[in-house]
Design a protein around this ligand. Sequence first.
Ligand code: EPZ
Length: 416
Amino acid sequence: MDKFIVEGGYRLKGRVNLSGSKNAALPIMAATLLTDKECVLNNIPHLNDTLVMNKLVNILGGKVSFEGNTVRALNKTIKEFKAPYDLVKTMRASVYVMGALLGRYNKAEVAMPGGCIIGERPINLHLMGFEKLGAKIVIEHGYIKAKAKKLRGADIYLDTVSVGATANILMAGIYAQGQTIIRNAAQEPHIVDLCNFLNKLGARIKGQGTNTITLQGVTSLKGGTYNVISDYIEAGTFMVASAITNGKIELVNAPLDNIEAVKDNLIDTGSEVKRVKKNLLVKGLAKPRPSKIDTAPYPGFPTDMQAQWMALMSVAGGTSIVNETIWEKRFMHVPELNRMGADITTKGNTAVIKGVKGLSGAPVMVSDLRAGASLVLAGLRAKGTTEISRVYHLDRGYEKIEKKLEALGAKIRRFK
Ligand code: EPZ
């Protein structure tokens, strides 16, 4: 299993190009199953997760190629309607093919995704939405089977804001007769991107980016070429990399409208963040001020930036608080940060982070994607060498992270 060896203490400087958004690319790749015409998707990040989605669509009978950062999909006839356990267990976003298959063929079968390290991750809201559209759901032998004679538009309220349920219901409702309304919908930039992609193919979706999304069923979709948005979580991670190393990093073509929450908190804690044309320049400082954050659905502080933020607050000049409101078990990075000299205690979904003078390099282990990013950031700041194992988690969601950091002056190497 690959490892990263990070030698800390270097200030990062320079420009970084951001990759396409993983969490936009995954539902958009699944959504190509909704049309029999060719879709060309640009700016798809080359990651383990996007490779799994590529494989899954091909297993279902689609014809998808993935070269460089371009995916070409021509999913004329789908022969398989079952997303197998072997793939679903490696990537929960596989569940997105359910909405797409149900939407186009009125049937789908997906292995029941289990819980994962950050929480239980139920999909009851996805299934409730499918049922409201007219599907019958049966759970048998570890598989969820959805079937409908005909899907009809419905008024659907999500009692918890869910990215996955919003995306899945949208895909399932594309050809449903009449109007579908999703209330308390997720407003994340990746949901907006999925809607924009579907509209480009001829869907009739309105209200994306607000908490009420409306779609009018259509009878066919075209093909099209689409450029996926930049990854605002990758952007946030590099912003924190600049802050934590007292660096000066310019994010090229930054998703300026999507990173307000991280930007505001960085400014509040003393970093300088300014727009330079289409780029964003972030200047760190030796000792950030402490902060209090609560994670929340977009436009709140993203749970996917919580672990990285905690690395930064571990060297702040005072005590910080983090309340994790989305994922009940997303503190797996805490004991690892503490091994590096951080002083963090948790109780329930709250973490109290007492800023320490400095971190010291140590062997640490990655438990999940963003925890991995947090350990890399801590390693960049720490005195001495940090050996980070299980970096395959990082490879699921950060494209060439070590190469990008190296180009900014970090001493980080991958060992096979
Ligand atoms: C997406 O997961 C992201 N994954 C996650 O990113 C992200 O952390 C999460 O949204 C929240 O922003 C992808 O986009 C592929 P949810 P998703 O449904 O869709 C509860 C990363 O690091 N809920 O928005 O699975 C759920 O328990 C990953 O890139 C239900 O109760 O998340 C949670 O508390 C990790 N019932 C909350 O809603 C449901 O049916 C939000 O979950 C669905 C969700």
